[in-house]
Design a protein around this ligand. Sequence first.
Ligand code: FAD
Length: 431
Amino acid sequence: MKPIVILGAGPAGAAVALGLRRLGYPVTLVSEWRRFAALEGVSARVLDALRGAGLHQALTDAAQPSQRQVSWNGQRHAQNIEFLLDRPSFDRGLREDLRLAGVELIEGRVLTVQSHASGHRIELEGREAVLADFLVDARGRQAPALGKGLRGPETVSLLNRWRGASGITASAVESLGDGWAWMARRADGQCYWQWTVDVASAGLPGKALLLDHCRQRRQDSPLAREFFGSEPETGLHLHARSSTAILCPHVCGDNWIRVGDAAMAVDPLSGNGIFQSLSSALQAPAVVNTLLRKPERALLAQRFHQRRVEQLFLRFARIGRDFYADEQRWPDQPFWLARRQWPDAEVAHAEVDYATLRVERAPVLRDGFVEEAEVVITADQPLGIWHLQGVELAPLVRRLRSEPAERVLEGLTVDQGRMVRSWLSGQGFKP
Ligand code: FAD
C-alpha cells in the first residue's frame, strides 16, 4: 500500500508531487506520456508560477519568447509577448523535476481505479496493480467524468502541425466566422495552426478529408497566409483535442482529490490552462495534509478546495464570455452565439462597494494546513481575503465601522499602513 499515489505527470500532478514531498510525504506518481506534440502559449506570469512551484527543469529549453499578434473583431494589433512551450520537452522536464525531488515514477497507463473508504486499487496496463491510501487524480481532461458537472458549449480544437522553412519565432490569434485559430511558428521551422470550432455546428468532414479541409480553411485566411508564407509544408499532422470548458462536480473526498484539468478545464482561448491547473494544484498539498493529519477538519479542507476550484472556473468562464462578446461581426453564428452567453450573465469583475464588505469565518491556509479564520468578503472576492502580506484585514474592517481610520491603522508600520490604505481605497472606503 503506497501512502499517496498521483495519477498524471502534467504540470498539476508534478506541482502537487513536489508540494507533498516538501511536506515530508513519500509520493508515487503513475503516468503515461502524452501522445502528441503540442505547442502551447503561456505568459511570463505562468513561467513565474512554474518556477515558484519548483518546476525548473520543465522550463529549461521549453519556452521561447514570441511577439503575439491579435486579429479580433476586424482589428489587428501586436499584443504582448507570449512564451511558446514545446509540450514534449516541457513534459520531459517535469519528469526530471519529479525525479530530482525523489518522487517514485511509474510509467504506465491507468486502466481503472476502484475506490473505497479504506483505499484505492489502480489497475495498470501490462503491470501489477498499485494500491494507495490516498489518491490525487491529475490525469487532465482524460480523467473519467464524475457525474454531471458544468460544461460549456462542446468545442474541439484541431491542431495542424508541419515543417516549413526556419524563420523567427512568432504567434498570432485570429477570430473566424465559425471559431478562432491560434498559429505559431518556431525558429526551427515547426509550424502550428490550431483551429477551434463548435462541435454541433462546424459540419466537419470525416477523418479522411479533414486534413485537406483544414488546409483549405487555413489558406482562406489572409493572416494565416501572410504568417506562414508560401514555403512547402512537409510532415503535416493533425490532432483533434476536445477543448470544452468542464467543471467536475466533486473535486475532493476524505481520501482523494482532483487537481488541474481533471478538476476544471478552461477554454483554451484564455491561454491560461496551465496557470489554472497550477492554481488548483498549488493549494492541494495543504488540503491533502489536513485530510491525512487532521481528519477532524476534513469537511473544512474539502470545502476549501471545492469552492476555490468552482470560483476559479466561473471567473475564467465569464472573462472568456466577455472576450467572445467583443467579437461582434458574426453575432448570429452558432459558435459566437453560444459562447457570448455562457456560463451566465453575471459580471466577471463585480463593482467595488465598501458598504457590502462582510466579515465571515472561512477556510484559509496556514503552515501547510487548512484552518478556519475570519476573512473579509468583497463582491469581487467572494471567498474572502484573510491578510495582506501578513496584516489581517478582518479585525481592521470591523474596527473601522466605529473608530476613525487613524486610530485603527496606527499600530501598522509605514509600509503596512500604505498597503492597507491603498487596499481600502480600492474597495471604495472613504475615511
Ligand atoms: P495534463 O497536462 O493534461 O497532464 C495529464 C497527464 O496525465 C498527462 O501526462 C497524461 O499522459 C496523463 N494521463 C492521462 N490519462 C492517463 C492514464 N489513463 N494513465 C496514465 N496517465 C494518464 N494552456 C495554456 O496555458 N496555454 C495554451 O496555449 C493552451 N492551449 C491549449 C489548447 C488546447 C486545444 C487544449 C485542449 C488545452 C490547452 N491548454 C493551454 C491547456 C493545458 O494543456 C492544460 O490546462 C494543462 O496541460 C493541464 O495540466 P494538467 O496537469 O491538469 O493535465
